[in-house]
Design a binder for this molecule. Structure first.
Ligand code: MG
Length: 248
């Protein structure tokens, strides 16, 4: 038979275990931000890499009607191949999510910057380099996935010559104060073949071959431009979503 002392101890232990839980329930108050958010729009995702329902399809494999400068580009077999000059979208964009697929020539010719060179220019200004960087050395801030002359990719996720590859890019345009000074630099995140290679990078300015990066306070949006650099590079399945912050 348990002693009185044991019974008291058991009772105290039970009270100690139960009471904080009960108090906790009584005293918890949910915090609410007070912001009355708008209902997020419903978007139907695409299967695989197909465009989601709210995307602007820039090239679906059949025509380049949404692009300028494509007179000598060739559209066949569901892709568009560079030729004669850069291709530039007729519409202009600022903050966006861009999906694009590309393939450098399967026949390997040239080396360094001369091998499968093209580029995806955001706002017609900031180049995400396209290059055959599969066993092809060049300067690191000029290899595939580099922000040209600013930042190498975090890793080299390149597939081989002729293989289809993808960039998924999240871009935020620069913002300027009324006096033209930079308020917020442009930022870019890039997934190359689903591998993160640029992580919310703050851009230093544009990406010219001939000089240091600079911002132009008059440019806060612009077209997407695909570079013709003398190499035959193929593109397909290009779509874009314009981004805006959630409404309250
Ligand atoms: Mg290039």
């Amino acid at each position: 038979m348990p002693s009185t002392r044991h019974l008291v101890s058991a009772g105290l232990l039970g009270a100690c275990l139960a009471t904080p839980f009960a108090w906790g329930l009584a005293q918890v108050q949910e915090w609410k931000s007070g912001v009355l958010w708008s209902r997020p729009k419903i978007v139907t995702p695409g299967d695989g890499t197909a465009p989601p329902s709210d995307a602007i399809v820039l090239f679906d494999g059949t025509d380049l009607s949404k692009w300028r400068g494509v007179r000598r580009w060739v559209v066949q077999d569901g892709y568009a191949q560079t030729g004669g000059g850069d291709a530039t979208t007729r519409d202009e964009f600022a903050d966006c999510q861009l999906h694009i697929e590309f393939a450098t020539p399967d026949k390997v010719e040239g080396e360094g910057q001369g091998r499968g060179n093209s580029g995806v220019f955001l706002m017609d200004t900031f180049e995400v380099q396209v290059l055959d960087s599969y066993e092809n050395e060049t300067y690191f801030d000029g290899q595939s996935g580099a922000i040209y002359k600013q930042r190498p990719p975090l890793v080299n996720a390149s597939r081989g010559p002729g293989e289809w590859q993808s960039y998924d890019i999240i871009f935020h345009a620069p913002q300027f104060r009324p006096d033209g000074t930079l308020k917020r630099p442009a930022t870019v995140t890039v997934l190359h073949n689903n591998v993160l290679i640029q992580d919310n990078l703050e851009l230093l300015g544009d990406t010219p071959f001939t000089g240091p990066p600079r911002y132009d306070s008059n440019r806060t949006r612009g077209p997407i431009r695909l570079q013709f650099h003398g190499n035959e590079v193929k593109f397909r399945n290009i779509w874009l979503r314009e981004l805006s912050p959630p409404a309250a």
